[in-house]
Design a protein around this ligand. Sequence first.
Ligand SMILES: Nc1ncnc2c1ncn2[C@@H]1O[C@H](COP(=O)(O)OP(=O)(O)OP(=O)(O)O)[C@@H](O)[C@H]1O
Ligand SMILES: [Mg+2]
Length: 208
Amino acid sequence: MNRGRFITLEGGEGAGKTTAAAWVEAWLTGRGRRVVRSREPGGTPAAEKVRGLLLDPETGDLEPMTEVLLMFAARAENLARIIRPALARGEDVLCDRFTDASRAYQGGGRRLGIQVVNRLAALVHPDLQPDLTLLLDVPVSVGMRRVAGRGGDADRFERLKSEFLERVRAAYLTQARMEPDRIVVIDASLEMDQVKAQVIEALERRLA
Ligand SMILES: Nc1ncnc2c1ncn2[C@@H]1O[C@H](COP(=O)(O)OP(=O)(O)OP(=O)(O)O)[C@@H](O)[C@H]1O
Ligand SMILES: [Mg+2]
Protein backbone atom coordinates (compact mmCIF):
# COMPACT_ATOMS: atom_id res chain seq x y z
CA MET A 1 0.00 0.00 0.00
CA ASN A 2 1.22 3.49 -0.74
CA ARG A 3 2.10 5.66 2.19
CA GLY A 4 -0.36 8.46 2.83
CA ARG A 5 0.56 12.08 2.35
CA PHE A 6 1.79 14.25 5.18
CA ILE A 7 0.45 17.80 5.01
CA THR A 8 1.24 20.51 7.53
CA LEU A 9 -0.23 23.94 8.21
CA GLU A 10 2.03 26.67 9.47
CA GLY A 11 1.95 30.33 10.29
CA GLY A 12 2.01 32.79 13.14
CA GLU A 13 -0.58 33.45 15.80
CA GLY A 14 -4.07 33.88 14.35
CA ALA A 15 -2.95 33.44 10.73
CA GLY A 16 -5.84 31.08 10.00
CA LYS A 17 -4.23 27.62 10.26
CA THR A 18 -7.12 25.95 12.03
CA THR A 19 -9.60 27.60 9.66
CA ALA A 20 -7.63 26.33 6.65
CA ALA A 21 -7.35 22.82 8.11
CA ALA A 22 -11.09 22.33 7.61
CA TRP A 23 -10.78 23.30 3.92
CA VAL A 24 -7.86 20.93 3.38
CA GLU A 25 -9.65 18.09 5.13
CA ALA A 26 -12.78 18.63 3.03
CA TRP A 27 -10.73 18.72 -0.18
CA LEU A 28 -8.99 15.45 0.69
CA THR A 29 -12.09 13.58 1.85
CA GLY A 30 -13.88 14.84 -1.28
CA ARG A 31 -11.29 12.89 -3.25
CA GLY A 32 -11.93 9.74 -1.27
CA ARG A 33 -8.93 10.09 1.01
CA ARG A 34 -9.02 9.09 4.65
CA VAL A 35 -7.64 11.92 6.75
CA VAL A 36 -6.17 11.90 10.24
CA ARG A 37 -5.97 15.31 11.89
CA SER A 38 -3.42 16.20 14.51
CA ARG A 39 -1.85 19.30 15.97
CA GLU A 40 1.39 20.36 17.60
CA PRO A 41 2.39 20.56 20.26
CA GLY A 42 -0.09 17.80 21.06
CA GLY A 43 -1.93 15.04 19.27
CA THR A 44 -1.71 12.31 21.92
CA PRO A 45 -2.77 12.41 25.59
CA ALA A 46 0.82 12.81 26.83
CA ALA A 47 1.72 15.32 24.11
CA GLU A 48 -1.39 17.35 24.97
CA LYS A 49 -0.12 17.50 28.56
CA VAL A 50 3.19 18.86 27.27
CA ARG A 51 1.15 21.35 25.20
CA GLY A 52 -0.60 22.46 28.37
CA LEU A 53 2.76 23.16 29.99
CA LEU A 54 4.09 25.00 26.92
CA LEU A 55 1.03 27.20 26.40
CA ASP A 56 0.11 27.95 30.01
CA PRO A 57 1.19 31.52 30.89
CA GLU A 58 1.76 30.30 34.47
CA THR A 59 4.68 28.21 33.19
CA GLY A 60 6.56 31.49 32.86
CA ASP A 61 9.91 31.81 31.13
CA LEU A 62 11.66 28.67 29.92
CA GLU A 63 15.16 28.26 28.61
CA PRO A 64 14.86 28.23 24.80
CA MET A 65 16.57 24.83 24.79
CA THR A 66 14.04 23.49 27.30
CA GLU A 67 11.22 24.80 25.14
CA VAL A 68 12.51 23.23 21.94
CA LEU A 69 13.17 19.90 23.69
CA LEU A 70 9.62 19.86 25.04
CA MET A 71 8.32 20.58 21.53
CA PHE A 72 10.31 17.65 20.14
CA ALA A 73 9.33 15.41 23.07
CA ALA A 74 5.68 16.01 22.21
CA ARG A 75 6.51 15.58 18.51
CA ALA A 76 8.15 12.19 19.10
CA GLU A 77 4.91 10.99 20.71
CA ASN A 78 2.74 12.41 17.93
CA LEU A 79 4.98 10.83 15.29
CA ALA A 80 5.12 7.40 16.92
CA ARG A 81 1.47 7.08 17.88
CA ILE A 82 -0.47 9.13 15.36
CA ILE A 83 1.45 10.35 12.31
CA ARG A 84 3.57 7.35 11.30
CA PRO A 85 0.87 4.71 11.89
CA ALA A 86 -1.66 6.67 9.85
CA LEU A 87 0.75 7.23 6.95
CA ALA A 88 1.65 3.52 7.04
CA ARG A 89 -2.06 2.64 6.79
CA GLY A 90 -2.16 4.75 3.62
CA GLU A 91 -4.13 7.56 5.24
CA ASP A 92 -3.30 11.22 4.80
CA VAL A 93 -2.19 13.16 7.86
CA LEU A 94 -3.04 16.81 8.28
CA CYS A 95 -1.14 18.42 11.12
CA ASP A 96 -1.73 21.93 12.49
CA ARG A 97 1.92 22.98 13.00
CA PHE A 98 5.02 20.74 12.87
CA THR A 99 8.81 21.19 12.82
CA ASP A 100 8.69 24.42 10.79
CA ALA A 101 7.01 25.96 13.84
CA SER A 102 10.04 25.01 15.94
CA ARG A 103 12.30 26.53 13.28
CA ALA A 104 10.24 29.73 13.39
CA TYR A 105 9.45 30.06 17.12
CA GLN A 106 12.45 28.52 18.84
CA GLY A 107 14.98 28.90 16.00
CA GLY A 108 13.95 32.43 15.01
CA GLY A 109 11.79 33.84 17.80
CA ARG A 110 13.87 32.50 20.68
CA ARG A 111 17.08 32.92 18.62
CA LEU A 112 18.25 29.32 19.10
CA GLY A 113 19.11 29.22 15.40
CA ILE A 114 17.85 26.93 12.72
CA GLN A 115 20.75 24.48 13.06
CA VAL A 116 19.69 23.42 16.56
CA VAL A 117 16.20 22.68 15.29
CA ASN A 118 17.49 20.89 12.20
CA ARG A 119 19.72 18.69 14.38
CA LEU A 120 16.75 17.71 16.54
CA ALA A 121 14.66 17.07 13.43
CA ALA A 122 17.43 14.83 12.09
CA LEU A 123 17.32 12.88 15.35
CA VAL A 124 13.54 12.62 15.76
CA HIS A 125 12.30 12.29 12.17
CA PRO A 126 15.30 11.79 9.84
CA ASP A 127 13.20 9.85 7.35
CA LEU A 128 10.04 11.93 7.33
CA GLN A 129 9.32 15.45 6.11
CA PRO A 130 5.93 16.88 5.17
CA ASP A 131 4.99 16.29 1.54
CA LEU A 132 3.32 19.66 1.48
CA THR A 133 3.35 22.60 3.89
CA LEU A 134 0.95 25.50 3.58
CA LEU A 135 2.43 28.59 5.21
CA LEU A 136 -0.33 31.05 6.07
CA ASP A 137 1.44 34.38 6.08
CA VAL A 138 -0.04 37.50 7.66
CA PRO A 139 1.44 40.67 9.11
CA VAL A 140 1.86 40.22 12.86
CA SER A 141 -0.67 42.95 13.63
CA VAL A 142 -3.36 41.22 11.55
CA GLY A 143 -2.79 37.89 13.29
CA MET A 144 -2.90 39.47 16.72
CA ARG A 145 -6.14 41.27 15.86
CA ARG A 146 -7.69 37.96 14.78
CA VAL A 147 -6.58 36.27 18.00
CA ALA A 148 -8.06 39.11 20.03
CA GLY A 149 -11.29 38.97 17.99
CA ARG A 150 -11.61 35.24 18.66
CA GLY A 151 -11.81 35.91 22.41
CA GLY A 152 -10.44 33.80 25.26
CA ASP A 153 -7.26 34.32 27.27
CA ALA A 154 -3.97 34.76 25.43
CA ASP A 155 -1.63 31.76 25.73
CA ARG A 156 2.11 31.87 26.50
CA PHE A 157 3.02 32.56 22.86
CA GLU A 158 0.19 34.96 22.07
CA ARG A 159 1.48 37.17 24.90
CA LEU A 160 4.87 37.62 23.29
CA LYS A 161 5.90 41.00 21.97
CA SER A 162 5.54 41.89 18.34
CA GLU A 163 9.36 41.91 17.84
CA PHE A 164 9.35 38.24 18.74
CA LEU A 165 6.47 37.52 16.38
CA GLU A 166 8.22 39.45 13.59
CA ARG A 167 11.23 37.15 13.99
CA VAL A 168 8.87 34.17 13.82
CA ARG A 169 7.34 35.45 10.60
CA ALA A 170 10.75 36.18 9.05
CA ALA A 171 12.04 32.70 9.96
CA TYR A 172 8.99 31.06 8.39
CA LEU A 173 9.47 33.05 5.17
CA THR A 174 13.19 32.21 5.09
CA GLN A 175 12.37 28.51 5.39
CA ALA A 176 9.83 28.84 2.58
CA ARG A 177 12.49 30.40 0.33
CA MET A 178 14.85 27.54 1.17
CA GLU A 179 12.29 24.84 0.41
CA PRO A 180 10.04 26.13 -2.37
CA ASP A 181 9.12 22.62 -3.50
CA ARG A 182 7.67 21.74 -0.12
CA ILE A 183 6.37 25.02 1.29
CA VAL A 184 3.66 27.07 -0.40
CA VAL A 185 3.21 30.58 0.94
CA ILE A 186 -0.42 31.65 1.16
CA ASP A 187 -1.31 35.33 1.52
CA ALA A 188 -3.58 34.89 4.52
CA SER A 189 -4.19 38.60 5.03
CA LEU A 190 -6.95 38.55 2.41
CA GLU A 191 -10.65 37.85 2.82
CA MET A 192 -11.50 34.32 3.85
CA ASP A 193 -12.76 33.22 0.39
CA GLN A 194 -9.59 34.51 -1.28
CA VAL A 195 -7.44 32.63 1.22
CA LYS A 196 -9.48 29.50 0.60
CA ALA A 197 -9.02 29.87 -3.18
CA GLN A 198 -5.23 29.97 -2.74
CA VAL A 199 -5.31 26.91 -0.48
CA ILE A 200 -7.40 24.91 -2.97
CA GLU A 201 -5.19 26.02 -5.85
CA ALA A 202 -2.10 24.81 -3.96
CA LEU A 203 -3.75 21.45 -3.25
CA GLU A 204 -4.79 21.04 -6.90
CA ARG A 205 -1.30 21.90 -8.10
CA ARG A 206 0.67 19.84 -5.58
CA LEU A 207 -1.52 16.88 -4.69
CA ALA A 208 -4.14 16.22 -7.38
N1 LIG B 1 -8.92 35.38 6.10
C1 LIG B 1 -9.48 35.72 7.27
N2 LIG B 1 -10.03 36.94 7.43
C2 LIG B 1 -10.58 37.30 8.60
N3 LIG B 1 -10.63 36.52 9.70
C3 LIG B 1 -10.10 35.29 9.62
C4 LIG B 1 -9.49 34.82 8.40
N4 LIG B 1 -9.05 33.56 8.61
C5 LIG B 1 -9.35 33.26 9.88
N5 LIG B 1 -9.99 34.29 10.49
C6 LIG B 1 -10.45 34.35 11.88
O1 LIG B 1 -9.32 34.67 12.67
C7 LIG B 1 -9.33 33.92 13.87
C8 LIG B 1 -8.06 33.08 13.92
O2 LIG B 1 -8.15 32.04 12.94
P1 LIG B 1 -7.61 30.58 13.27
O3 LIG B 1 -8.04 30.16 14.62
O4 LIG B 1 -7.93 29.70 12.10
O5 LIG B 1 -6.05 30.89 13.27
P2 LIG B 1 -4.85 29.98 13.77
O6 LIG B 1 -3.73 30.27 12.86
O7 LIG B 1 -5.29 28.58 13.90
O8 LIG B 1 -4.59 30.62 15.21
P3 LIG B 1 -3.68 30.02 16.40
O9 LIG B 1 -2.27 30.42 16.06
O10 LIG B 1 -4.16 30.72 17.62
O11 LIG B 1 -3.90 28.54 16.43
C9 LIG B 1 -10.60 33.11 13.87
O12 LIG B 1 -11.57 33.81 14.61
C10 LIG B 1 -10.97 33.02 12.41
O13 LIG B 1 -12.36 32.89 12.21
MG1 LIG C 1 -5.17 27.29 15.53
